[in-house]
Write a protein that binds this ligand. Structure first.
Ligand code: FES
Length: 146
């Protein structure tokens, strides 16, 4: 006799390895893993332009690397979505333009990063955040490692 209890259950989790390590061990553990375990390089299409509304941000994937796309003042910027301090999601941060160029404030502990260079402007982050080159062709946003 076959019952529902005999049915094997498989759960597929769509997470990159660093994100899995985040979930089980936090920032110190996930820092031991390469950001992009697939070692992808070159230009990759990551979004359509109309998916990224003016003055907004979304997260996309470059291989297994989560990347935050920002659109502000007509320009598009791409940064690693994980804050180097404790891996806060930069795509949820507030963007401002205050004379030092556009910056994003990490939503967790308020580190500020330059959208153009990724450098730390202010706050607890021990280092800057990786940036990506951006180009738009045929209404598609492409990014590449800088
Ligand atoms: S996680 Fe971004 S400042 Fe702490």
């Amino acid at each position: 006799m076959y019952t529902l209890r005999d049915t094997p259950m498989h759960i597929a989790i769509a997470m990159s390895l660093p994100e899995v390590m985040d979930a089980i061990g936090g920032a110190k553990i996930s820092d031991l893993v390469d950001d992009d375990v697939t070692k992808i390089s070159g230009w990759l299409p990551v979004a359509k332009v109309d998916e990224l509304k003016p003055d907004s941000a979304i997260s996309v994937y470059y291989g297994t690397q989560q990347v935050a796309l920002f659109r502000t003042n007509g320009d598009i910027y791409a940064l690693n979505n994980r804050c180097p301090h404790a891996r806060g999601p930069l795509c949820d941060g507030q963007v401002s333009n205050d004379g030092k160029g556009p910056t994003v404030r990490c939503p967790w502990h308020e580190a500020y990063f330059s959208l153009a260079s990724g450098e730390v402007i202010f706050g607890p982050s021990p280092r800057g955040v990786e940036t990506f080159q951006v180009k738009v062709e045929d209404d598609t946003i492409y990014i590449s490692r800088s």
